[in-house]
Design a protein. Structure first.
Lengths: 164, 717
């Protein structure tokens, strides 16, 4: 079996995986990072979004071996070590942007990348930017509010936002 | 917007406060524990081989090659299930037809024996060291099918010569039921000045909670205990149905845990075959077994929703007063009866056909029909949205036909507050409702008066602008148990709650309700914080584990707070009553002189008081305690069986614009005025309303579940 070495949430790891093992399976089944969820088998739902070298990707759409030598951040790596929430996580809580919590990790990871890659976010950009993340509980209304507030907070609290 | 700020918060974490959710930290940091996040030592993985055909006879299943595949531990088929005398999945509600005969209840085997009746029907289970190995092996199983003709819609299934889903269900009819007064309704139509007719399809939907269903079965040889972790809205119901009816496991040897569950919308109420399969097979192989659905699999194995075909007629007098409503509905049950399927198009649908109106005579006929499709059961509102959709559509049509403004026609027919409590002609008693006031508020919020100008402005831009409204009423918290039982329910409809004070004053609450997004850990704790006057941090809410919580019925039908919250409230009353006696003893006062307020027991008119924490300590360290009269401890349990439903109601209005060039629909404005009674946490309630509105919009504009009528293949998903 091929071996894959990568950095996950700042820690170097090496695992032997099958060639067909997906990145999400490496994270969940081999590394026990079950915060990254699987909600579909068609790369539509976005529950599995993580950051690879700082960019959001659907970890069900990438083979584990493709992540060899790269840096992966999962939802478990977003908050500060002392448990202080990342501004985007805090905004989701503040604006009630989650209910059952299943889509939340992917939603938050996508939102962080969206905030980082846009100088200014407006509602339309958020809605379009999150088209690849499905939520069935909230109707998105509060998610959009949370992302706008979280992006704003990331700009005004660059230190916490950079903790990632 | 939603209008739910009826009550001002009493304290920062009490009733009426928008307390931020306590469950959020774990969900936001990836530390939730959903079923698929759980792994048991020595665990195996199951894959279900499903039927690719809508209807076929199975001549044989050859598993020889698959059994030799790498990693395979075992393969079981319907023959193994039958040999072990595993029963079929039971149905939880018995409907009787007009003629008094019971509905047809075909067997629903966890794994089929010799015939498949829908795409996705369970044919075999492959258990292997890894999920991928199980899937690989499944491809080596040879099933010899003889394909048979299939039927997917209820009108087609009722036709002479339609393929039969079950031999025992002649004409594919499950039941032919009715409700209301036919003679009075016919008489109303005979004197009508106008009759509005409507043919309506309420389209089939796939519920699609974000977390796919999953189950882990484990058998402990040392103790003989079974444990099932499952994505369920009601773990005790699963324990009862699976233990008592399917597998014959006594309840004290079966623990069902529904940990964090990623949404349900009804689809996770039911007892599913996979739960029974992994539990049963875990004993056969002596190892834990995990099964997790893939999304494509969810589409062909999770119970679907809606699927009504209806013809309705509304009789009106010359003034636009409703005289009578006649409804004929065909309800597609799918291929088997899912757990509560028969109750949805009957007691949760036809009973709501009065809506908010004084229609004096209503007669509804409902035929439930088997087809070669996935079973249909409760989904988001379950029957009640189907009723509302029908009523509001026919009222809209009547208004257009009569040239009366749609709001005016409703006003003429609303049940006035002075008529409450109001007995409808379809068996419900509404307790309250300010229907016209809600409508007025909604109209003001959306500026109904200004609509014609907005429409004209849109027309000038080449857009079609429209406004639609629905004045709804829902019956929530189905009850009481004895009435439901008389109507065919095979279960109770109460809820349990236990309130356990600990010696140092913190509280653990055990509820039979289950949260899968509804925020019980926050809102139920608010109830406790409010009643006991203790910080919310000192309250823990426990749910979802049959070994911890008292027997409870779970969460569905908008019942958690109304029924489960009331059970907790009753248990808290018992705690306060006992604590008052203890406090009286400790304060050397008469019990009648003790007042309990804001967490303190005070001798009325004095400054002598004890906190409820002081009393709790005394209850567990009963040195200064009335041991002759009371048992030590402060731990009370209650079961609450409501006397009636609760009746949330309101008016919601959508204003939309259609681009006639592209057909794109934009929702320009949406207003919701909802009367929910006393709101515990406005933030949470508004979140629930947002989600409900968007699922409704989803059904109206974007969602549909479509079968190929010839082959019975599911085209959606």
């Amino acid at each position: 079996m091929p071996s894959v070495s990568l950095k996950v949430n700042g820690k170097s790891v090496t695992r032997e995986v099958e060639g067909r093992t997906l990145l999400v399976q490496l994270l969940r089944d081999h590394l026990g990072l079950t915060g990254t969820h699987v909600g579909c088998d068609t790369s539509q739902c976005g529950a599995c979004v993580v950051h690879v070298d700082g960019q959001s990707i659907k970890s069900c759409t990438m083979l584990a071996v493709q992540a060899n030598g790269l840096e992966v951040t999962t939802i478990e790596g977003l908050a500060a070590a002392d448990g202080t929430l990342h501004p985007m996580q805090a905004a989701f809580r503040e604006h009630h942007g989650l209910q059952c919590g299943y889509c939340t990790p992917g939603m938050v990871m996508s939102a962080v990348d969206l905030a980082k890659s846009h100088e200014h976010l407006d509602e339309k950009t958020v809605r379009e930017g999150l088209e690849g993340n499905i939520c069935r509980c909230t109707g998105y209304h509060n998610i959009v509010k949370a992302v706008l507030a979280g992006a704003e907070a990331m700009r005004s609290q660059p230190a916490q936002a950079a903790a990632e | 917007m939603s209008n739910s700020h009826a009550n001002a918060p009493a304290n920062a974490t009490g009733i009426g406060a928008s307390v931020k959710r306590r469950e959020d930290f774990r969900f936001l940091t990836g530390q939730g524990t959903y079923t698929d996040d759980i792994n048991r030592p020595n665990q195996t993985h199951a894959y279900i081989l499903r039927s690719p055909h809508a209807h076929a006879r199975i001549n044989g299943i050859d598993t020889a090659a698959a059994l030799e595949a790498p990693g395979v531990v075992a393969i079981f088929t319907g023959k193994d299930i039958a040999a072990d005398k595993v029963n079929g999945l039971p149905c939880g509600w018995l409907i009787h037809s007009k003629d008094g005969s019971p509905m047809v209840e075909p067997p629903h085997p966890p794994l089929v024996l010799d015939k498949v009746v829908h795409v996705g029907d369970q044919v075999a289970v492959i258990i292997a060291e890894t999920c991928e190995q199980a899937k690989d092996a499944a491809e080596l199983i040879m099933v010899d099918y003889d394909e048979l003709p299939a039927v997917t819609t209820s009108p087609e299934a009722l036709k002479d010569g339609a393929p039969l889903v079950h031999d025992q269900a002649a004409g594919n009819l499950c039941y032919d039921w009715h409700l209301g007064d036919k003679v009075a309704t016919d008489a109303a139509f005979a004197k009508a000045a106008h009759v509005t007719k409507l043919d309506l399809i309420n389209n089939r939907l796939v519920p699609n909670a974000m977390e796919p269903r999953a189950a882990i079965g484990e058998f402990d040889r040392a103790t003989g205990d079974y444990t099932l972790w499952t994505t369920s809205q009601n773990p005790h119901v699963i324990r009862l149905l699976m233990g008592a009816f399917v597998l014959g496991i006594p309840e004290h040897k079966l623990r069902v845990i529904a940990p964090d569950v990623g949404g349900g919308f009804g689809s996770k109420i039911y007892h599913y075959a996979e739960e029974a399969i992994v539990t049963w097979a875990s004993r056969k192989i002596g190892r834990p077994i995990k099964w997790v659905a893939e999304r494509s699999e969810s589409f062909v194995s999770d119970a679907h929703g809606r699927d009504h075909v209806t013809h309705a007629e509304l009789a009106l007098d010359a003034d636009g007063k409703f005289l009578g409503l006649r409804v004929q509905t065909l309800a597609n049950m799918g291929a088997y009866l899912s757990t509560f399927a028969p109750s949805i198009p009957t007691y949760l649908y036809a009973t709501l056909l009065a809506g908010q109106y004084t229609t004096p005579a209503i007669y509804a006929e409902v035929k439930a029909v088997f087809t070669h499709t996935v079973p249909v059961d409760a989904y988001r509102g379950a029957g009640r949205p189907e009723a509302c959709y029908l009523i509001e559509r026919i009222v809209e049509n009547a208004a257009r036909e009569l040239g009366i403004d749609k709001t005016e026609l409703r006003r003429r027919n609303f049940i006035p507050p002075s008529a409450m409590p109001y007995d409808t002609p379809v068996a419900l008693q509404y307790d309250c409702g300010l229907f016209e006031k809600n409508l007025d508020q909604a109209l003001a919020l959306i500026d109904y008066q200004g609509f014609p100008a907005r429409k004209a402005e849109a027309k000038a831009r080449g857009k079609l602008r429209g406004i639609g409204l629905a004045s709804y009423i829902e019956a929530c918290g189905i009850a009481p148990s004895n009435v439901a039982g008389a109507l065919g329910a095979r279960a109770g409809l109460y809820e349990s709650g236990e309130v356990r004070f600990h010696p140092t004053g913190s509280v653990t609450v055990f509820t039979g309700s289950h949260s899968h997004g509804q925020s019980h850990e926050t809102t139920f704790a608010q109830l406790v914080s409010d009643r006991f006057g203790i910080p919310i941090e000192n309250v823990e809410i426990v749910h979802g584990d049959t070994s911890k919580v008292p027997f409870g019925m779970g969460t569905y039908g908008s019942r958690s707070l109304a029924v489960g919250g009331s059970a907790i409230s009753k248990a808290m009353d018992k705690v306060v009553n006992k604590a008052k006696k203890i406090a009286a003893h400790m304060l050397e006062a008469a019990e009648t002189d003790i007042v309990f307020e804001q967490g303190k027991f005070t001798v009325a008119g004095t400054d002598r008081s004890l906190t409820i924490g002081d009393v709790a300590l005394s209850a567990y360290v009963p040195h200064n305690f009335p041991l002759d009269e009371l048992e030590p401890g402060l731990d009370e349990q209650a079961f609450y069986d409501p006397k009636n439903f609760t009746y949330p109601n309101g008016t919601q209005i959508a204003e939309v614009e259609i681009d006639p060039e592209t057909g794109v629909v934009r929702i320009e404005k949406f207003v919701a005025v909802d009367d929910f009674g006393r709101v515990i946490n406005p933030m949470v309630v508004e979140g629930q309303v947002h989600g409900g509105i968007v699922q409704g919009i989803g059904q109206a504009l974007m969602e549909n579940c479509v079968y190929d009528p010839q082959t019975g293949q599911l085209l959606t998903g």
